[in-house]
Ligand binder design. Sequence first.
Ligand code: ZN
Length: 160
Amino acid sequence: MQIENNKVATLHYTLKDNEGNILDQSEDGSFVYLHGALNIIPGLETALTGKTAGEELNVKVSPDDGYGVRSEEHMQEVPKEMFESDADIQVGMQFHAQGPDGQALMVTVAEIKDEAIVVDGNHPLAGMELNFDVKIIEVRDASDEEMEHGHVHSPEGCGH
Ligand code: ZN
């Protein structure tokens, strides 16, 4: 069975940067996703299309097909009084914020100034070339419910 829209694929993957540092890997040995539902980055989804269980592939994904290019527009100065006064803010800390359209956003503290905190709303992997080593473990048909929800269900069900 080939990976295509409305199939559920189980993968082992390792994600490395161009220097070979491991950035991420499948937790507990495997990762399951619904193909064609934008559950994974477009570059990886395209590379997996038509592949079958047992195949291994190395995929290099450009920022455009990954987490996007870095944008200075996503850097923002937030007045310090917006934070709790006893909060111990440090560079590199990540927290949830709300984007301009009310969407949930993960931001990283980039710089601490006298009066303001500079936060970076770019995805931590934005602007990077991503190198995936992937092994396809299993491919199966998605259930009607999974297709309707646009994500994979565990044997226990939906989970939300
Ligand atoms: Zn669901």
